[in-house]
Design a binder for this molecule. Sequence first.
Ligand code: SAJ
Length: 414
Amino acid sequence: MKQPQKIVVVGLGYIGLPTASMLATKGYQVLGVDVNPVTVETINQGQIHIVEPDLDILVRSAVNSGKLKASLTPEPADAFILAVPTPFTQNDDASNPPDISHVEAATEAICPVLNAGNLVILESTSPVGTTERIKEIIAEKRSDLFAASPLTPHTSPVYVAHCPERVLPGHVLRELVDNDRIVGGVDRISAEKVRGLYKTFCSGEIVLTDSRTAEMTKLVENSFRDVNIAFANELSLVCDKLDINVWELIDLANRHPRVDILNPGPGVGGHCIAVDPWFVVASAPELTPLIRTAREVNDCKPEWVVRKVAVMAERFKNPVIGCMGLAFKADIDDLRESPALAITRKLIDSNIGEVMACEPNVNGEFSEFPLYELAEVLTRADILVVLVDHAEFKEIDYELLEEKVLIDTRGIWR
Ligand code: SAJ
């Protein structure tokens, strides 16, 4: 089986860029393609446009070695990896159908440069059937390839498979290598071809299946986490009502050998866990009340936090509210779909008091409202609302908190 030499990665975001630079350092000639000219230019200068530990070093070395280049348009290659966004469309009846238009556009963009024997790999988390849709688009746009196939009629002239990304933001480079991978082909040979490529940089096990099962596996992983977090968030509301410390409760319950409850928080953020369960719901709305309710429980938590702050603020004539953290989770700068940001915005709009927001991982580029140094927030705020469990906040001297009203949504001061 001939190994690919040149690889095109379409979409240079949180998944595409680490994957492209990892492949480049393994000796492949990699062309990264993105629709954003600034992204392309930044990468060609050996720099990065996202925050991920050590990614800057990897990209710089890949670009300097001449193995990684970025471009606005694809070129012919042996393998094509699609790592573009797959959001959902928010609609009135809350069925929130998936939007695979970026996958379709990326597929159409590579069609003119495809050759027989190429691999097309979808990494984006996608609703069931998307990988088959990619093959359909290729068959439509490149009927010439299919007509001229020297292979058997049962085999595609272009190998198409889904290999869902599974890396945790903040640990991407380690997990890209260590995690097991699932490869679901539109046929067996496609899956085998992709395994051959991925085993050159992945030390985890690479398990083969069909494309629909691979798509569903990824959706189920994130839905499992969402349902678990919803359980913890629901417990946090009940415990608040019953005056029980939810963190102590969970610690105690988790001492049971078969109980493992996750952590409550201000809500679920990011572009994965808060999105992917909707793909499952949209595929079978009548069969998924649990997954839908979990989404709703997690989505309601920010509003609950805002109400809690409003009640506490009634104790003060001119309350000063310190919002600690804006990112969607600890020790990153990513504000996408962040419940912390949503809560801070709501508190500012509600005019309950003066809001002092503090986000140690974000600097100059944030202009929506002023950000304050942690020391100033700790000095001036009457109410401290912990929205993200950043390392800086965990190190705060308890003596500084004595006079404050504390609303700790992350349990750092349990
Ligand atoms: N959260 C809680 N309580 C918890 C754990 C998380 O409130 O106990 C919140 C976080 O604060 C954050 C949100 O959930 O707002 C999501 O954070 P996360 O760390 O659970 O997940 P992501 O979105 O950073 O990455 C997830 C991972 N999926 C799983 O762990 C099953 C990652 O492996 C996936 O690759 C990624 O989604 C993705 O791209 O799909």
